[in-house]
Design a protein around this ligand. Structure first.
Ligand code: ADP
Length: 354
């Protein structure tokens, strides 16, 4: 861009110089043919015409045009500083205001274009998010609505049917409640409203707590959860115990939901130099390669037909929430999986200094 503008190097001085020289030369030519003036007088007339012309043209250019341009440039500079603090001041001392103004306009246009593209991307994301949310909300609402209307249309008279339908409606509404809670959590995590309350805690103790909480759910699928570390071991880490518990529950709950019936789940902790590695592994059907880096996206589910109500699926928010929580602990959650063999998810937490 700058290279194409190198040839426009006209300044007010140069313009004034050229015009004055031309005017002085023309007048001197007239005088040269005059028989009344001597050589010295002609030179003096040339010098006088040249200098007065130069001053006149130079100042009028400076005052009328270049100063105006400088004013425009000044406003541009102010706008740029306000909007794009990162831009350098390398254009500030360039002698050619036309060149400077062109450079500035190109830069601003380029930046505005980038901003427009970013806004378009965010708008598309927002649209997609809204579509996903309404779709997810629709499923449990329609289900509960269907059961309640069937009851009102007469099914209520049969006690057995009434109980069954009421339970189904309640389950759909429980799913709706969990979904709304998850939505609130993820939007707060993304907004940065939720602060991690970091304090030292023992991971092994937390592991046992989570295991006790999910054991009965695992049993419904005939699965076993193994805590690989001995109960007396201790893994003191720094983190938000409640949020890390939420991550462990999400990961183990997924292993139960998506693992194989009669299968196994292993939870283990391993001390490193400064960090402790937390691993959740299962021997389920695994995740195909093409889905691996998408499962942490909001609402991403491999099998979309599995929903919250009854078919053992979720909303696709669990891993997105877990990823946010782990990242708020300055770590990353990593997945490794092989179809037919199982899935492993792990992340690290900072050890408490002793
Ligand atoms: P969901 O609420 O649907 O469980 P998650 O965000 O927790 O959502 O998980 C996203 C998707 O990743 C799930 O729908 C599932 O298809 C897949 N997934 C997660 N964990 C496992 C696992 N241990 N084994 C197989 N698939 C899994």
């Amino acid at each position: 861009m700058a290279a194409t503008q190198k040839d426009h190097k006209l300044s007010s001085q140069k313009i004034a110089l050229i015009i004055s020289l031309l005017v002085a030369l023309i007048i001197t030519c007239y005088l040269a043919v005059s028989p009344y003036l001597g050589f010295k007088q002609r030179v003096l007339a040339l010098a006088l015409t040249f200098s007065s012309c130069f001053l006149l043209v130079y100042f009028s250019y400076e005052a009328l045009i270049f100063r105006e341009i400088n004013n425009i440039y000044g406003s541009l500079e102010k706008f740029k500083r306000k909007e794009f603090k990162r831009m350098s001041s390398k254009f500030l001392f360039r002698p050619d205001p036309l060149q400077r103004i062109k450079d500035e306009i190109y830069l601003l246009a380029e930046r505005n274009q980038k901003e427009i593209e970013e806004l378009k991307r965010l708008q598309a994301m927002r649209r997609e998010f809204l579509a996903d949310v309404s779709h997810e909300l629709k499923t449990p609402i329609f289900a509960a609505q269907g059961f309640i209307h069937t009851l009102l249309d007469g099914a209520m008279d049969d006690e057995r049917v009434r109980d069954k339908f009421l339970k189904k409606a309640a389950r759909s509404l429980d799913g709706l409640d969990t979904l709304v809670q998850d939505l609130i959590t993820i939007s707060q995590l993304e907004k940065g409203v939720i602060q991690m309350k970091k304090a030292p805690f023992d991971l092994n103790e937390l592991g046992l707590e989570v295991l006790e909480q999910l054991e009965s759910k695992a049993r419904t699928r005939n699965m076993t959860i193994h805590l690989l570390n001995a109960p007396e071991e201790s893994f003191e880490v720094l983190g938000d115990r409640g949020r890390i518990k939420q991550v462990l529950i999400n990961l183990i709950d997924n292993a139960i939901k998506y693992g194989s019936e009669d299968g196994n789940i292993w939870l283990s902790f391993q001390d490193g130099k400064k960090k402790t590695l937390v691993t959740v592994r299962d021997d389920g059907p695994g995740i195909p390669k093409e889905h691996l880096n998408r499962i942490f996206e909001r609402f991403y589910r491999i099998d979309r037909s599995r929903t919250r109500d009854g078919s053992g699926g979720g909303s696709g928010l669990g891993l997105a929430i877990s990823k946010h929580i782990v990242e708020a602990h300055k770590s990353t959650i990593v997945v490794a999986s092989e179809v037919g063999k199982g899935t492993t998810l792990h992340f690290k937490l900072t050890k408490v200094k002793v």
